[in-house]
Design a protein around this ligand. Structure first.
Ligand code: CUA
Length: 352
């Protein structure tokens, strides 16, 4: 009785976990529903491997069950020794050749897909984006346009976009499961891969190499819009400037505070390189620092206490935190300034 209760307890715990964990997934954060070229190739190879495994499992189990039932020891045969088949050439040949065939069935599509995805011969004519992994955010530089962006990467659908990736600190790994495979982002060399999204959408990405205290918070998004919308977005971003004056007084005061305390590292002009994340279209974001809900309260918390939200991040060295002259009131003004930075009609909403 006791055994049954403990079994039931384990079972209900598993059922509960399945229920909870199945609700954890974000949309477009799975390699099982491929929506881009690389992800589709990987998915096909995965299906072939799984089919081979299922066939092997079914055949082996069928033979196993047949043998168990057919050759059971019967009454009166206790001392019989079955016929020995050791060294049977036909059997040895069959069970050597079958695995070789199965391995070829898996290897050919795998190697073809690997070479296909590694082929960068058309890179020069494509959109090129330099990606930098940093603790714990992503810097995107549109090489053809000289535009800077962070966290949200806008791309056109149906086109190859080359990502040339390097890290400024430790090893990261770029993973966009619905669109492509993974690629290591190393400090000492550049790795390139291309992504291609079939349909418009917001695709979530993750860092998949342990890179420090906030590794699990190093999320990013790829926003795939139509080629026309993409061109519009590029034009709008080119028009951004540090000088543009906000409408409200608090946002204007925020701009002043931002210039004095944040501009050393950040930029609100997409044409300007910066050491920290470029915030030119911050008002169009749907998350703060990649992982926090997008609202003023979270933003004020983030500005005043970034260590709590994302331990060991690069912003903790900012002089304003040490000097302590950005309180809640000042942070609210900065938030007002940042949240009105909406240079383009093209936003994550456009990708739906
Ligand atoms: Cu970057 Cu993990």
């Amino acid at each position: 009785m006791k055994g049954w209760i403990s079994k039931l307890r384990t079972l209900s715990l598993f059922a509960f976990m399945v229920l909870i964990l199945s609700a954890c997934g974000k949309e477009n954060l799975t390699s099982l529903v491929p929506k881009g070229y690389g992800a589709e190739q990987s998915f096909n190879v995965m299906i072939i491997s799984i089919l081979v495994m299922i066939i092997v499992f079914v055949v082996v189990m069928a033979i196993y069950l047949y043998v168990i039932l057919r050759f059971r020891r019967k009454k009166g045969q206790e001392d019989d020794i079955p016929k020995q088949t050791e060294g049977n050439k036909t059997l040895e040949t069959i069970w050597t050749i079958i695995p070789i065939i199965l391995l070829i069935v898996i290897a050919v599509p795998t190697i073809t897909a690997t070479y296909d995805l590694a082929d960068t011969s058309d890179q020069e004519d494509a959109i090129n984006i330099n990606v930098q992994g940093e603790q714990f955010w992503w810097h995107f530089e549109y090489a053809n346009e000289g535009l800077q962006a962070s966290q949200d990467l806008y791309i056109p659908t149906g086109e190859k976009v080359y990502l040339n990736m390097e890290s400024t600190d430790v090893i990261h790994s770029f993973w966009l499961p619905s669109i492509s495979g993974k690629m290591d982002v190393n400090p000492e060399n550049e790795n390139s891969m291309y992504i291609e999204a079939y349909e418009e959408g917001v695709y979530w990405g993750k860092c998949t190499e342990f890179c420090g205290s906030s590794h699990s918070l190093m999320d990013f998004k790829v926003i795939a819009v139509s080629p026309e919308e993409y061109n519009q977005w590029v034009e709008d971003m080119k028009g951004t400037s540090e000088q543009s004056t906000p409408e409200t007084t608090t946002a204007q005061e925020g701009q002043e505070l931002f210039s004095n305390n944040c501009l050393q590292c950040h930029a609100t002009d997409a044409n300007q390189p910066s050491a920290g994340p470029n915030l030119a279209n911050f008002g169009d974001r749907t998350t703060i620092a990649g992982v926090l809900d997008y609202n003023k309260e979270e933003l004020v918390n983030w500005i005043t206490n970034p260590a709590e939200q994302k331990p060991a991040n690069g912003m903790l060295d900012a002089p304003y935190l040490e000097e302590g002259h950005i309180g809640n009131e000042e942070a609210e003004k900065i938030a007002d300034y940042l949240m009105q930075l909406q240079p383009s009609e093209i936003t994550p909403e456009s990708a739906k």
